[in-house]
Design a protein around this ligand. Structure first.
Ligand code: KG4
Ligand code: ZN
Length: 339
């Protein structure tokens, strides 16, 4: 029996999960609401909050799974990328636990885990597939050849898709994180405002120009009508969301065409966006793609995905050194397929 306790603490969610023989038995997330006061994540506050939550969250994950520390086969955590303070809390806790219990330690790449969330429950994509990972910190288009054999085809050069939602939403005075609010308001709006369309070569993404054009557009309109935002909030959200989705799906279509791969997966927090989900479903009907979107709780940050990635590394015999510190800018890990 393989039992893994996994911890996720890369940003503002303290999360722990227990996975037994490939099945997620518990998935606990404590989201830090305190950051809404500041309009964004305050790294030091996030680290302190992880520190005070982590023991209770891990205990809850073990209790929910009906498991005990003595049953564990390995301890895993997010190694990066993410905020260094939050990462350090999860990593120090995980490594100390592994050391104390004489258990193997497994370090997981947060973005690879978002992709491997597809293997938590069926239907699962078959290899090779393309995964569009859209989170708060990164946007990536990845060719997934095997569980641990992935290649980044393109990624965000500046702001990620989630950041575009959050920063543009902040200009509309929406609370942090603005993404879900934009989603809700956009559902009853029309995409009538012409926002800049970013042009970037290849499969890379850039959203900072869109955010700037949104800023100037709002500033100019407010100079003419001070109530412009209030009177057009739904249409502004719909226009913003429409443009972001268009950029994402244009790149995804180009990659699907160039590779001939029609197994398409969506991952990351922005995969919770209802407009993106339905636009992708519609496009897939046109193109004959098979589309995979994880359950909402496996799209936003969670430890079940870290546990799944750790289980796959465990099966492949890939363990990590207890001296390995977390890395806020962690590059893509290993490309060794499971034999
Ligand atoms: O993957 P995630 O939970 O954390 C990171 O790894 O960054 O993604 C968080 C991002 C935030 O930017 C949040 O605004 C966005 O996902 N998000 C959404 C929605 N739900 C979460 N964006 C648009 N529509 C949503 N429904
Ligand atoms: Zn994430």
């Amino acid at each position: 029996m393989v039992s893994i306790l996994a911890i996720e603490s890369s940003c503002d969610d303290t999360a722990a999960a227990v996975l037994i023989d490939g099945v997620v038995r518990s998935n606990v997330v404590s989201s830090q609401v305190v950051h809404a006061l500041y309009g964004g994540v305050v790294p030091e506050v996030a680290a302190r909050s992880h520190d005070s939550e982590i023991v209770a969250v891990c205990q809850q994950a073990l209790t929910d799974a009906g498991a005990s520390l003595s049953q564990l086969s390995a301890v895993a955590c997010t190694q990066g990328p993410g905020l260094i303070g939050p990462l350090l809390v999860g990593s120090c806790f995980a490594r100390a636990l592994a050391f104390g219990r004489r258990l193997p330690f497994i370090a997981v790449h947060h973005m690879q885990a978002h992709i491997l969330a597809h293997f938590i429950e069926p239907p699962v994509p078959s290899f090779p597939f393309l995964c569009l990972t859209v989170s708060g910190g990164h946007t990536q288009l990845v060719l997934v050849r095997d569980y641990l054999d992935m290649e980044i085809l393109g990624q965000s050069l500046d702001d990620a898709a989630g950041e575009a939602f959050d920063k543009a939403g902040k200009l509309l005075q929406l609370p942090y994180p603005a993404g879900p609010h934009v989603d809700r308001l956009a559902s009853t709006g029309r995409p009538v405002f012409p926002l800049a369309k970013p042009h970037v070569d290849g499969y890379n993404f850039s959203f900072s120009g869109l955010k700037t054009s949104f800023l100037y557009f709002i500033r100019d309109q407010k100079a003419k009508n001070p109530d412009f935002i209030e009177e057009n909030l739904h249409d502004l959200c719909a226009s913003l969301q429409h443009r972001i989705i268009e950029v994402l799906l244009t790149k995804l279509s180009a990659a699907a065409e160039a590779t001939g791969i029609h197994q398409i997966a969506l991952a990351g927090g922005v995969a919770a966006n209802s407009g993106l989900r339905s636009a992708l479903q519609a496009l897939s009907r046109d193109k004959g793609w098979q589309v995979y979107i994880p359950a909402l709780e496996h799209c936003t940050d969670n430890a079940a995905m870290i546990a799944m990635a750790a289980y796959l590394k465990y099966r492949a015999g890939q363990f990590d050194d207890l001296h390995q510190a977390p890395d806020p800018r962690l590059s893509w890990l290993g490309t060794t397929p499971i034999r």
